[in-house]
Design a protein around this ligand. Structure first.
Ligand SMILES: *Cc1c(COP(=O)(O)O)cnc(C)c1O
Length: 394
């Protein structure tokens, strides 16, 4: 490779480091959980998307291991050639039923689901109206489509209406509004009833990416549509968070939507089928999640306890009711320093900063899990309080 090119990359890396923005990966030497082994220590884990604590659930592990013996390790094929097992269809049917849609289609990840959604369904005469804080995979998926793009400031209903009108003025044939169900960096729930009302007023389709909701929010964990009582036309989601935490994504919606995606969605047509063990584990995770009111209650209790503890200690939290609790710190280095001070005290968190969140809005995003105990929560509150004082943050 040309040395100049590698020098160019090294300069880029140095600039990232000089700005305090380097992301470092610590090695976990065991399964995901409320406490995780890191470098010989057991740390309290506050940064997994393991909301219901299913990532290492015994029945899910068992279902996956049974499937690996019965169905083998891999499919070595995309779905439409010879990669569809009965397991894949069962998972699609169970997912659709869970989120209240006709049918669903699996992808290797929700990143791919969002990559395939817009390009397949919409053409150059159509309009996509997207919340400014939507997940990177939605932004990329929208870029891949030929539809016209409109953006509204996050959860700003006036601006959404303005954009819907603008799309009409500019002659849009079909309009689709896309929003995260829960905004992952802030923990805010989208204003689905208001968005639904605007969608109906202007004849738009409403699609919601419910990655941070499916499995733990709403009755039986059915997600933000069930939580808010708003009907959603299309749902995208993941099996990589609450629903077992392995991998895999889906789109659920009306039959013709799913049928066309199966014919045309490029990340579906040109990418391998989910591994049997992953499909079987996800299927078991759905079954467990639906019945897991006990775990949802634990999750809610931790959320309230941790929020109250950090508020009393004097931290600046974003308000909200989801298990995502962002501790706001301003500059990236402040978030890095607090994360390091928490690490020394046995609490595993991650600092988030530009480009993941806007400049000057660095934070430690904590996430609650039903895998944590009350003792873990108190331990974490204590560690935050000590570390925050040490760094004069509180
Ligand atoms: C995590 C996440 C994704 C990506 O899901 P994967 O299955 O991990 O690819 C997409 N959208 C949102 C809103 C997410 O939070």
């Amino acid at each position: 490779m040309q040395p100049q090119f590698l020098d160019h990359l090294r300069a880029e890396l140095s600039a990232i480091d000089a700005a305090g923005l380097t992301k470092r990966e610590r090695l976990i030497t065991g399964p995901q959980g409320g406490r995780i082994p890191v470098g010989g220590r057991q740390m309290v884990n506050l940064c997994a998307n393991n909301y219901l604590g299913l990532a290492n659930h015994a029945e899910i592990v068992q279902a996956a291991s049974k499937a690996i013996h019965q169905y083998g390790f891999g499919m070595a094929s995309v779905r439409f050639i010879c990669g569809t097992q009965d397991l894949h269809r069962q998972l699609e049917e169970a997912t659709a039923a869970y989120v209240g849609q006709d049918d669903s289609i699996l992808f290797a990840a929700c990143f791919d689901a969002n990559g395939g959604l817009f390009e397949t369904l919409l053409g150059p005469d159509d309009a996509i109206i997207s919340d400014a804080l939507n997940h990177a995979s939605i932004i990329d998926g929208v870029r891949l489509s030929k539809a016209r793009r409109y953006r509204y400031a996050t959860s700003d209903m006036d601006e959404l209406e303005t954009q819907l009108k603008l799309a009409d003025t500019e002659g849009a044939r079909f309009k689709l509004i896309i929003t995260d169900g829960v905004f992952s960096m802030d923990g805010y729930v989208a204003k689905l009833p208001e968005i639904r009302a605007l969608a109906d007023k202007y004849g738009a389709i409403l699609a919601v990416d419910d990655c941070h909701a499916t499995g733990h929010l709403g009755p039986q964990g059915r997600g933000t549509a069930a939580l808010t009582g708003a009907h959603v036309d299309i749902v995208t989601g993941t099996f990589g968070k609450t629903l077992g935490g392995a991998m895999g994504g889906f789109i659920a919606g009306p039959q013709p939507v799913i049928d066309l995606l199966r014919q045309r969605a490029r990340p579906y047509l040109f990418s391998n089928a989910l591994a049997p063990a992953v499909a079987a584990g996800a299927l078991k995770a759905l079954e467990i999640a639906e019945a897991a009111d006990d775990r949802r209650a634990t999750l809610m209790r931790h959320t309230q306890r941790f929020r109250a503890g950090l508020t009393t200690a004097g931290f600046d939290l974003l308000p909200g009711a989801t298990p995502i609790i962002p501790v706001m710190l301003g500059e990236a280095q402040r978030a890095q320093h607090l994360a390091a001070a928490l690490d020394r005290r046995g609490v595993y968190v991650a600092g988030f900063f530009f480009p993941v969140v806007p400049k000057g809005k660095a934070r430690i995003r904590t996430q609650m899990s039903a895998a944590l105990t009350d003792t873990d929560i108190d331990f974490a509150i204590g560690a935050f309080t000590e570390a925050g004082r040490e760094l004069a943050i509180i």
